[in-house]
Design a protein around this ligand. Structure first.
Ligand code: FAD
Ligand code: MLT
Ligand code: ZN
Length: 462
């Protein structure tokens, strides 16, 4: 540690684990976006609330920016440290602190992986229902900071719905214990909700009290093949009317192509333009009959061309792999990701407009569509062609995102449904949020982080 600032951090927190090892700077300085070159000052791996507080106080004395870091599975560049920041990794703070069977809550440290939370809840006969493919690597702190969504939002909502309490260290180093697990609390501004989705720009989430719920009734998974984009929302309406949906996800033939190339098993002999993976409760025989009725209705109407229903947990997992494997299968193409949402009622018009826009603007690119169609959330991934340079590719994609942002504005949608704004989408924030809203957000940041040291340059420029 030759940097005198780091020596003073060591003096303030003698047990703190700090690294300036080149491999660590590279590893902890980036997230899944891979667009920026990592260049952090150092990596701090605190093991306690007190150490987190000491780091933030030191950062204020030394005017060093801090990048909070969870599992770095983020897709918006929120955890990137490319400008001499201190990365504050929560990865050693990964314990379950408490389970309360009366309150049905689990209190955890922020660095715990989502999957470990699932397992801990299951040990008590309950579930934590926020779920998505990065479950093994992403952390609860990162989920809270991005208000993560995932594949079960249609039934259970976003992360925001499941946070009963938070312990945070603000940008000035104050410890706040927010909401303390209460169900009802009408005592003024809900600062807990302000922290959720703040992308590390207001402070560090150190602990969280999570609400748990009953496990769902037995479910089945169905894979449907669809002849057209237009049929998607009609199939969704038919299934939602007849069944209790746990998930309703879609992907295109291009997405299937990449997942199959990545090792998944081919579901149908024929190729179809669109697919849906849906999961629904079949606790009672009548529900199973309802699933068949929904399927038959859609076949009769020409909305669905083929379908397969899981007969076992293993088959259900196989069908889910076709959807959940998409992100991994695309990673090698360094995709430019769009993660947009509109109200479900605006979806048919938005889909038609966007399809025309992208067909016109991206005729030469491999564009892969998938997402949480039942939540009005589309993921539009543009894959980088081998013969296009990185900078040229991003610049072309940004031009189209500008047009997409205008289309979203027309439909009252959002440029980020669930991944966050981070670095990737900050140029488009004003298309989704008004100038007055952004000015208020900046004001809130000034209150909680007066020296502007918490993840500066993410979400908006400070
Ligand atoms: P990181 O990437 O480490 O950080 C994300 C942001 O949170 C950064 O701004 C960081 O500074 C901040 N942060 C992290 N920890 C803290 C903390 N303790 N306190 C304050 N700020 C903090 N996302 C979805 O919403 N839905 C999906 O379906 C989904 N599927 C995915 C599938 C794959 C295969 C992958 C790779 C990613 C997926 N994601 C999805 C994106 C990502 O997993 C989520 O955004 C997740 O919530 C990030 O968690 P993380 O711990 O990796 O956070
Ligand atoms: C998903 O729904 O699979 C994720 O949000 C990840 C992605 O968009 O790549
Ligand atoms: Zn998603």
């Amino acid at each position: 540690m030759t940097d005198s600032r780091l020596q003073r951090l060591k003096d303030a927190a003698p047990q703190l684990r700090l690294s300036t090892d080149a491999a660590d700077l590279e590893h902890y300085g980036r997230d899944w976006t891979r667009r920026w070159t990592p260049a952090p000052l150092a990596i701090a791996l605190p093991a306690s609330l007190e150490e987190v507080q000491a780091i933030v106080r030191w950062a204020n004395q030394e005017a060093v920016a801090v990048v909070p870091s969870g599992g770095r599975t983020g897709l918006s560049g929120g955890a990137v440290a490319a400008n001499g920041e201190l990365v504050l990794s929560l990865e050693r703070m990964n314990r379950v602190l408490d389970f309360d069977s009366v309150d049905r809550t689990l209190t955890v440290q922020a660095g715990i992986p989502l999957e470990a939370v699932h397992n801990a809840a299951r040990e008590h006969g309950l579930v934590y229902p926020v779920d998505f493919a990065a479950r093994g690597s992403c952390s609860i702190g990162g989920n809270i900071a991005t208000n993560a969504g995932g594949i079960r939002v249609i039934r259970y909502g976003n992360t925001r719905e499941w946070i009963a309490g938070l312990t945070v260290v603000t940008g000035e180093g104050e410890v706040l214990r927010l909401n303390r697990g209460l169900i009802k609390n009408s005592s003024g501004y809900d600062l807990r909700q302000l922290m959720i989705g703040s992308e590390g720009t207001l402070g560090i989430v150190v602990e969280a009290t999570l609400r748990l719920t009953d496990p769902p009734p037995p479910t089945n998974v169905m894979l449907l093949a669809l002849p057209s984009f237009e049929s998607l929302m009609q199939v969704f309406a038919a299934f939602r009317e007849r069944l209790t949906l746990e998930a309703f996800e879609f992907f295109t033939d291009r997405a299937l192509h990449h997942v199959l190339a990545h090792g998944a098993q081919k579901p149908f002999d024929e190729v179809h333009p669109f697919y849906v993976v849906t999961e629904f409760a079949v606790g009672f025989d009548a529900r199973e009959a309802a699933a068949m009725a929904a399927f038959e209705f859609c076949m009769e109407q020409g909305l669905v061309s083929d379908g397969v229903i899981s007969q076992s947990d293993a088959q259900a997992a196989q069908l889910w792999r076709l959807r959940e494997g998409i992100t991994e299968s695309l990673a090698k193409y360094r995709p430019y990701k769009n993660d947009v949402s509109v109200r479900i009622s605006a979806m048919p018009a938005f889909l038609a407009e966007t399809q025309a826009l992208l067909g016109r603007e991206y005729p030469h690119f491999d564009v892969v569509w998938f997402g949480h169609i039942g939540d009005g959330n589309l993921h539009i991934n543009v894959l980088k062609p081998d013969d296009t340079g990185d900078a040229e590719f991003v610049s072309q994609c940004e031009q189209v995102t500008k047009l997409l942002s205008q289309a979203l504005e027309g439909h009252g949608g959002s440029i980020s449904a669930e991944h966050g704004i981070g670095l990737v989408k900050k140029a488009y924030l004003l298309g989704t949020r008004s100038a007055e809203e952004v000015a208020l957000m900046r004001g809130i940041k000034r209150v909680l982080d007066p020296n502007g040291l918490m993840n500066p340059g993410k979400l908006f420029d400070t």
